[in-house]
Design a protein around this ligand. Structure first.
Ligand code: ADP
Length: 643
């Protein structure tokens, strides 16, 4: 029981309230402030003379407002007092955790109001006083002072963080247009720091095209929705900024939505995103053009990593190989390689595996039976530790076909020229030889008549025989002259490299062999000496042997379609032999080298006879033999060149 020494009316209640070390606010039903004590004013820096209406609520931490709001609702409903912990913003801008008691309080007007009392965990003086009397601080004051310094440091960091990340923060009561903005918020929108924070200030800055969006987001906010949207603002100097605003809804004491959020200046990233997008667009376009160019040129591109054995193919690669995208496209593609080209493709691949650039041509047999001619090149990238090949594959079928058609025309023309030349030649042979032959025939008849008469005229008969002899000699002369005509007049006898001659002829006939699907296999001994001869003539011989062999294989029609040319040196002579897997030799091998001997329709049968004449004129030998298994071998030997 308390005894009062003086009457109640003599006590200075207000003075009492002002001295107790707790923060007190009294408010009405509408949360309008009626009274705040000094402890409150000093702590929050918001004294009763400067705050009005409900703005005192801003000092309560936004995330704790609902707690006080609930307690207030109970108090107004007459449910008594509630104790709770909540954060309150001190004048330095930092939040401190306080213990609150919220209870009903009847106002002088008779209306039901409520009060809020915030209590510190231990007795302490208001922050400002504390700083002033640093010299004789108690242990708890020192501790508090340390905490305050720490809070200041965190606040400074927070400000710096906002500045660095171009992020401003705000709380906003949209229904009453009561806002609190951080320094960075002002800076981002370039709003004068002294200007009261209203939505209108921001609205003024919004880009006209984004105004509708801005309004609808504010409207949504008013009705209590979270927001996250981007809009542009135009600064007073006419600059354009991209702003992202994110707001989260919390509740005020009376349950009104309050927004807490950030605005971020995303101009830089948006602009770089835009250049990036533009570049990406250009890249995509370049890629598209490249794809078209690949299609037009029928060229596929691949990247092949040697260490992982992984490959990337362009679309055209898949088209060329008629392949379906798979993890092992090469395996599928290599299956198509023409059996005869597999060895060369195989060696190309192993050369590539050992890190050499490659280049080559081969054929594919597609699933529908058609043939494709392919050309490929690959180059090791210098910059990737020598592990990646970049290459191209081109479908040159069309070009090859055109080339072959051209070659065929050329060959036909040459043939026609040869035939017509020989036709003319034959006519003159016929003419030159038929005269002496007619003479011989006449003389022989006359001779017969004379000798079979009753009294043979031996003298005259002898005369006719002599005339026959003369005509026969003339015929022989004609033939000799003609043969001389066949041979070139002036022969240049020089040192001829038969390997080189054979290689050249091989190159000339390459497409003929290609077309006939016959493999020309040159096994040349590189150590052989040069021979004595005329290079052009010797090449004519080699050409004849190669062509005959090719024709023999073509008409032989077997699976093993090869012509092999070998050179070797033996007994002072170089021998070049050409063996084939063709039809082989018939029974009359002696006649092979005779002029006009042929087993082919529409051919003259003079190739081998001319060849023999050439070889023999160089003191060489020419011959042919039947192979044991298949086909024939033709060969000739020429003495080595000796100076
Ligand atoms: P042509 O080729 O115009 O017939 P050649 O004098 O070059 O004239 O050949 C004469 C004949 O010799 C050919 O018709 C052919 O019967 C035969 N012959 C030539 N080379 C071969 C060969 N490699 N295999 C089989 N027969 C051949």
């Amino acid at each position: 029981m308390v005894h009062h020494r003086v009457g109640r009316s003599h006590i200075d209640y207000l003075g009492l309230i002002q001295t107790i070390p707790s923060l007190i606010v009294v408010a009405d039903r509408e949360d309008v402030i009626w009274f705040s004590n000094r402890e409150w004013d000093v702590f929050t820096g918001l004294d009763a003379s400067t705050i009005d209406g409900t703005s005192w609520i801003n000092a309560i931490h936004p995330l704790d407002i609902h707690k006080i709001g609930n307690a207030r609702a109970r108090a107004l409903a007459g449910d008594g007092g509630t104790d709770l912990a909540a954060r309150l913003q001190a004048r330095d801008g930092n939040f401190r955790n306080l213990h609150f008691h919220v209870a009903p309080f009847d106002l002088a007007s008779g209306d039901r109001g409520w009060y809020l009392m915030g209590m510190h965990g231990c007795p302490f003086k208001a922050a400002e006083t504390e700083l002033d009397s640093k010299s004789n601080m108690s242990a708890s004051e020192t501790k508090r002072h340390g905490e305050l310094a720490e809070l200041r440091r965190i606040t400074a960091q927070f400000r710096e963080g906002q500045r660095l990340s171009s992020t401003g923060s705000f709380t906003s009561d949209l229904q009453r247009d009561e806002n609190r903005w951080s320094e960075e918020f002002y800076r981002i929108f370039e709003i004068d720091a002294d200007a009261p924070p209203t939505v209108d200030r921001v609205r003024e800055r919004v880009h006209p095209d984004d105004l509708a969006l801005f309004e609808s987001e504010i409207e949504r906010g008013r009705t209590g929705h979270n927001g996250d949207f981007e809009f542009r603002v135009i600064t007073p100097k006419g600059g354009l900024r991209y702003i992202r605003g994110i707001a989260r809804m919390i509740y005020n004491l009376d349950g009104r939505p309050i927004f807490m959020g950030i605005v971020q200046d995303v101009t830089e990233s948006r602009l770089s995103e835009m250049t990036l997008r533009k570049r990406e667009c250009e890249l995509r376009q370049a890629n598209y053009h490249l794809t078209i160019a690949q299609e037009l040129s029928k060229t596929g591109i691949f990247v092949w990593n040697l260490s992982s054995d992984e490959s990337r193919w362009s679309d055209e690669m898949y088209r060329i190989f008629d392949a379906t995208p798979s993890s092992t496209p090469w395996a599928e593609a290599l299956e198509l390689v023409h059996p005869m080209d597999r060895p060369s493709v195989g060696s190309m691949i192993s050369r590539a595996r050992s890190g050499e650039d490659f280049q080559g041509e081969f054929r594919l047999i597609m699933r529908d039976g058609t043939t494709k001619n392919i050309k490929t090149v690959g180059r090791l990238l210098a910059d990737e530790a020598g592990k990646t090949f970049v290459g191209a594959v081109q479908d040159i079928t069309e070009a090859r076909q055109q080339e072959e058609a051209l070659n065929r025309v050329r060959a036909d023309l040459a043939h026609v020229a040869r035939v017509s030349a020989l036709g003319t030649l034959s006519a003159s042979i016929a003419h030159e030889v038929s005269q002496p032959l007619a003479g011989i025939l006449n003389n022989a008849n006359a001779c017969l008549r004379m000798l079979s008469a009753d009294s043979p005229d031996l003298e005259k008969a002898l005369e006719t025989v002599r005339r026959s002899l003369r005509d026969a000699t003339r015929a022989a002369e004609v033939v000799k002259r003609l043969r001389a005509l066949f041979m070139r007049e002036a022969l240049t006898v020089e040192a001829v490299d038969l390997n080189e001659a054979a290689r050249e002829v091989g190159a000339i006939l390459r497409s003929e062999f290609w077309r006939g699907l016959v493999l020309l296999d040159l096994r040349l001994d590189e150590t052989i000496p040069k021979v004595r001869g005329d290079r052009i003539q010797l090449q004519q011989v080699i050409l004849n042997l190669f062509l005959n062999a090719l024709e023999a294989v073509s008409s032989g029609g077997g699976d093993d379609r090869r012509v092999r040319a070998e050179t070797k040196f033996n007994g002072g002579c170089v021998t070049l032999s050409v063996s084939d897997t063709g039809i082989g030799l018939g029974p009359d091998t002696e006649k092979l080298f005779d002029a006009f001997h042929t087993t082919k329709d529409n051919r003259m049968g003079i190739g081998l006879s001319v060849s023999r004449a050439i070889v023999e004129s160089l003191d060489g030998k020419i011959g042919a033999k039947q192979n044991k298994e298949r086909g024939a071998t033709f060969y000739f030997s020429i003495p080595r060149y000796a100076n």
